[in-house]
Design a protein around this ligand. Structure first.
Ligand code: 13P
Length: 283
């Protein structure tokens, strides 16, 4: 069933677990994610980022997300990930997504507040929830994600409280040494900073760049205020690896079997994450 983002995250926040938000680029991704959630009785978030629109267009993906969410026997939210403009957030709201992320993290603080607030006013007027980001979650091309590497890009505790108060967002994505993409080494997240941000804000926080995070850090995040964990790259890598194995082994590979391989690889990777996030049995 389609359930509000805020409700899913508030339950996770109170229960000290995290809900996986999986970037779905294909039908097989969507089917695999929902099957995993239903099998584990876990809430889940289907999401699509604006940078993914060129190969997974919003207008084609959204009806698929919304149909599966409505039919699912567990709570599902349908979310715009990394909206880069007010206009994109409006597009996602109009098409039926029940939450949007506006990503103003690269803007100066005051500009991020102003633009996020405008998105929040628009979204809340029609009952849609909002995530925003403060601090810089880079990509793996600029480091290993080790906390020691870039302490200056971490989310500031006092700034986070001012940001939440001024914008009224429902969830805040933070930077604690996490990076998007494929890590060259396992990052070490700054859990102490997470605890400080969580104590100061007492609301659902979001970890971006979930792929490549250690099991230990995933659990520490889920137990200390991270209520949503974004995972994209690992799903793509899991599917690619299984398709490679299938094509290497099959004497007469066929497309329909390959579609099953893709869905099952997605499901397996999602189950692994949901168990680490401890969202199983919560739906
Ligand atoms: P990864 O690709 O590192 O899992 O990051 C996903 C993400 O944060 C999407 O917003």
């Amino acid at each position: 069933m389609l359930v509000s983002f805020k409700e899913i995250l508030q339950d996770a926040f109170r229960g000290h677990y995290a809900v996986g938000a999986f970037n779905c680029l294909s039908l097989e991704h969507v089917l695999g994610v929902i099957e995993a959630a239903e099998e584990l009785r876990s809430p889940v978030i289907l999401q699509l980022a604006e940078v993914q629109f060129p190969y997974s267009p919003l207008e084609l993906m959204a009806p698929m997300f919304l149909d599966r969410a409505a039919r699912a026997s567990v709570p599902v939210a349908v979310h715009l990930d990394h909206g880069q403009s007010f206009e994109t957030c409006v597009r996602a709201v109009k098409i039926g997504f029940n939450s949007v992320m506006f990503d103003g993290a690269c803007l100066p603080f005051e500009d991020n507040v102003r633009e996020t607030s405008a998105v929040a006013r628009m979204a809340k007027a029609v009952g849609v929830d909002v995530e925003a980001e403060l601090g810089k979650v880079g990509n793996t091309s600029f480091g290993t994600g080790d906390s020691e590497d870039h302490p200056d890009v971490f989310t500031d505790v006092e700034e986070s409280a001012r940001f939440v108060e001024l914008t009224g967002v429902d969830a805040l994505a933070i930077a604690i040494g996490n990076l998007h993409g494929r890590y060259v080494a396992t990052p070490k997240l700054n859990i102490q900073r997470l605890k400080e941000i969580s104590a100061r804000n007492n609301m659902p926080l979001v970890l971006h760049g979930g792929s490549g995070t250690s099991d230990e850090d995933f659990k520490a995040c889920a137990h200390n205020g991270i209520s949503k964990i974004n995972v994209a790259t690992s799903l793509q890598m899991a599917v690619t690896a299984k398709v490679q194995d299938y094509l290497a082994a099959a004497a007469n590979p066929d497309y329909i079997t390959m579609k099953h391989v893709m869905k099952d690889a997605t499901k397996e990777a999602v189950i692994r994450h949901m168990l680490l996030f401890e969202s199983d049995g919560k739906a």
